[in-house]
Structure formats: structure tokens, C-alpha cells
Design a protein. Structure first.
Length: 307
């Protein structure tokens, strides 16, 4: 039956027989090499349904989220980690434009593997369980990818967090407030490949996620970066951007962590996106401010939910 190709689509996954509900151990596999190895049978539609059914359920579940985090770089992922740990009751959607989450945190700087964090950001590494070498005023993780992959694996393990990657935020949902301003009330999303081709493809309208709180961590200005704060200017909610300044590690990291806040009602901004609002310096290849801006963004978010 598994090989049959029905002329009409009569195949129903619910009636497809479960061949073998047993799971294997690696020790049992060794035995199978000796006695004829085959994978369990599958029909292609089962693979398709296993993926699409879950994705559409997630789209349904997270259409009303408690928090949307825009951008899964080092700051966005640190924010998600803190929120996932402390509030398993909140539904948190992460929207990441790239196929691969992690932003600029897969290398420490240029092509170099090691990631530097100035103290006291080592507290975040200790909590996460990422080992480091102590160099006095700063610590070094042997590979930035160890930090990012550990953080990502913890974030993805939280049952109340869903990462929608290859998906871009193209706009913010707004609601009028009593004083004539606006409150951010969610995000407008599209498949990133569509977002990148609005100019040369016919219109494909976007999708939406409602949420009382959006945390934007889309990085400094670039093809995708600083998305939400640039939109705040064009919707006249902030007059103009300060613009990221030149590199100064000492001032930059303090400014980003201290400045992480609710910039307009319903929108917290963290990480390097904030440098564009406040006219803060960049810090280059030191990542402590990204982790601690994430910790601060999560604390600011929890204040909103405790109000
Ligand atoms: O793909 C982007 C990246 O993964 C994603 N992103 C941007 N715009 C988006 C949009 N919708 C969805 N409209 C979007 N996703 O946001 C992520 C930003 O990650 P990042 O690593 O660029 O930012 P960060 O603030 O988390 O970390 C900055 C790291 C830097 S930059 C820097 C310097 O230039 O001096 N120094 C440090 C430590």
C-alpha cells in the first residue's frame, strides 16, 4: 500500500497504519547492520503532513501572541532565553528574516572564532552553561558558535516559544491611544523572499500577528537592520534617528544596556537597533552588551506584564 500511487487523492493519513511505534537505541542499530538494515517505510505525503500540520497549528496558536521578538541575533535570543525561563505561561513568537537564526554571533569578529564578553556579562554565560576563559576584566568563549548554538538550543526547547525563520517583519500593527499617539499592537509579516521582491513581483499581501508587546532587536541599520525604529520615524512616532556613531567599546556597551527600554508604548528596543535611536557608539566584536541588553529587555517586558 505504501508504494501505491492513487490516481485520485484518496490517501488519508489518519487511516495510514502505524507500522511500528517502537523507538530504537544505537545499541540495537549495531545489531541491525549485521542482520539487514532498512529504514522504516514512509509515504511522501506523511512527511509533508508532519511538517505542514505543525506549522499551520503554530501559525494558528501564535496569531495571538503575548510577545513578539523581531530578530534572532544575540540580543533577541538572549531576550527569549530570559523570558522563556521565567514565564512559561507567555506565548512568545520570534520572527527572524534569515533562514539561519543567530545574526552576527556565529563568529567573534571578522573570521575569528573566539567571542569576547566584558565582565559582568559572564554571569549570562554561567547561567547558560557556556564555558569561558577568564582574562581578568573580560572572558573568552572558545567559539562564538558555541555560545549561539547553546543559546539557540535552549530557546528552541521552551514549549512556549516558536521561531518563525525565513520570515520578515514588514510593518508594525498600531492602535490609537487616548493622548493621540499610537501603541504598537503586533507585527505584519511576510516570507522574506517575498519581502525582498516586492519591487519585481506582483503584490503578495502579508500576514499578521497580534501581540500587546513587541521587542525589536533587528541590529544596526543595513538591508534588514533597524527595521522597527526606522518605521517609527516614518509613522511619526519618533522625530528622527540619532544614527549609530563610530566604534568606542567603553561607551557603547554601557549605553546599549542602560538604554534598553520601551521606546514607544508596546515596543521595547534592544541590542544594536537601539544605537540607531539613541546615537550610541558601536562596540564592534564584544558581545556582553547584546546578552545583557537581552536580560534588560526581558525585565522591561516583565514589567509590562506585571502592570
Ligand atoms: O536577520 C536579522 C538578524 O538575524 C534579523 N532581522 C533584521 N530585520 C528583520 C526584520 N524581520 C525579521 N525586519 C529581522 N528579522 O535581526 C537579527 C539581528 O541580529 P544582529 O546580530 O544583527 O543584531 P544584535 O543587535 O542582536 O547584535 C549585534 C551584534 C553587534 S553589531 C556590532 C558592530 O557593528 O559594532 N557589534 C556587535 C556586538
Amino acid at each position: 500500500a505504501i508504494d501505491s500511487v492513487p490516481l485520485k487523492s484518496t490517501f488519508d493519513v489518519k487511516t495510514f497504519p502505524v507500522q511500528n511505534g517502537k523507538t530504537n537505541t544505537l545499541a540495537e542499530l549495531a545489531d541491525k547492520w549485521e542482520h539487514g538494515f532498512t529504514f522504516a517505510p514512509i509515504r511522501e505525503s506523511q512527511v509533508s503532513r508532519a511538517m505542514t500540520r505543525r506549522y499551520f497549528k503554530d501559525l494558528d496558536t501564535y496569531a495571538e501572541s503575548d510577545i513578539v521578538i523581531v530578530g534572532a541575533g544575540s540580543c533577541g535570543l538572549s531576550t527569549a532565553y530570559m523570558l522563556g525561563k521565567s514565564r512559561p505561561d507567555l506565548k512568545i513568537a520570534i520572527i527572524e528574516a534569515s533562514v539561519s537564526p543567530g545574526g552576527g554571533a556565529w563568529l567573534g569578529g571578522q573570521l575569528f572564532s573566539a567571542m569576547v564578553m566584558r565582565k559582568p556579562a559572564e554571569a549570562f554565560l554561567t547561567d547558560l552553561g557556556v564555558p569561558f576563559e577568564d582574562e581578568g576584566d573580560f572572558v573568552v568563549v572558545k567559539h562564538a558558535a558555541l555560545f549561539t548554538s547553546t543559546l539557540l538550543s535552549k530557546v528552541l526547547s521552551f514549549p512556549n516559544i516558536k521561531l518563525f525563520n525565513a520570515t520578515a517583519v514588514e510593518d508594525l500593527i498600531t492602535r490609537p491611544t487616548a493622548n493621540g499617539g499610537v501603541r504598537i499592537a503586533g507585527v505584519v509579516t511576510n516570507w522574506t523572499l517575498v519581502t525582498m521582491h516586492h519591487d519585481d513581483q506582483s503584490c503578495m499581501d502579508p500576514n499578521t500577528i497580534n501581540a500587546p508587546l513587541v521587542i525589536s532587536t533587528t541590529g544596526h541599520d543595513g538591508p534588514f537592520g533597524a527595521f522597527s525604529v526606522k518605521r517609527l520615524v516614518s509613522m511619526q512616532q519618533i522625530e528622527k534617528l540619532g544614527g549609530m556613531r563610530g566604534l568606542d567599546m567603553n561607551t557603547a556597551e554601557d549605553a546599549i544596556v542602560k538604554g534598553t527600554r520601551e521606546v514607544v508604548p508596546g515596543l521595547i528596543v534592544g541590542g544594536m537597533e537601539l544605537s540607531e535611536v539613541d546615537g550610541a557608539n558601536r562596540m564592534g566584536p564584544t558581545f556582553g552588551a547584546m546578552a545583557l541588553s537581552g536580560v534588560k529587555a526581558a525585565e522591561e517586558a516583565l514589567k509590562v506584564f506585571e502592570e
